[in-house]
Design a protein around this ligand. Sequence first.
Ligand code: HPA
Length: 273
Amino acid sequence: MLEMIEKIKATTEFIQKSVNFKPEIGIILGTGLGGLVNEIDIKHVMPYETIPNFPVSTVEGHSGKLIFGILGGKNIIAMQGRFHYYEGYTMKELTFPVRVMKYLGIEKLFLSNASGGVNPDFEIGDIMIINDQINLLPDNPLMGKNYPELGPRFPDMSEPYDKGIIKTAIETAKRLGIKCQTGIYAAVSGPCFETPAEYVRMRNSGCDAVGMSTVPEVIVARHMSIPCFAISIITDLGVPGKIVEVSHADVIKVANEAEKKMTVLLRELISSL
Ligand code: HPA
């Protein structure tokens, strides 16, 4: 069986042979947020199932393609559809594409997701710029053998999200008249949404929003020293007195509605970097 590092190199080589494109920025698009793709001047598309060693996405609302093109004047690679722990992937499998994007040459990673807001000041449809994270998943993608070529055994996590990009994003949002919250995102395994008691516990543990993604990818990106920037769409509220029944369809509906402003913000942010 191939070691992870050999798989990363083999997959990178396969992609480079197929597309001959050097991306500067990697983008991972979350639930109901694939519409940014319409803004990309697309040069190549690779469905995940055609890429050796790539996991294949299973969840509704995630179509599963690697897209190469130009956005805001920059060469980007976008993952339309990501992998989640609740689908049964290991943390190493679901973060494998981030490793490959680094080897393809990305210098920054942008991520989006949908989450439940636990900050009582938040409203459904708000955009939250993530400024820190809490890993409440029962695992870590860096467990097991460390490859010094990828990063250190004990990576620093003092700046999971790049302060400079956050500052530019807040200024860009202001200029565009887009209301933005900032806050801490906690990742849980799902797939069930939280009980009212669990939402209260999340709030008490210091987070503003809770979701089922992003944290593993950011850990792996920071292991490789890639600056990260992430936006969460608040699709439902885990705030006492405001908790109602929530479904995946509701999450996708709100995400789709908020997608337009997130797309404009990301495009303008990328072009200003
Ligand atoms: N909890 C966890 N994940 C989520 C939620 C939530 O309330 N909303 C969207 N993703």
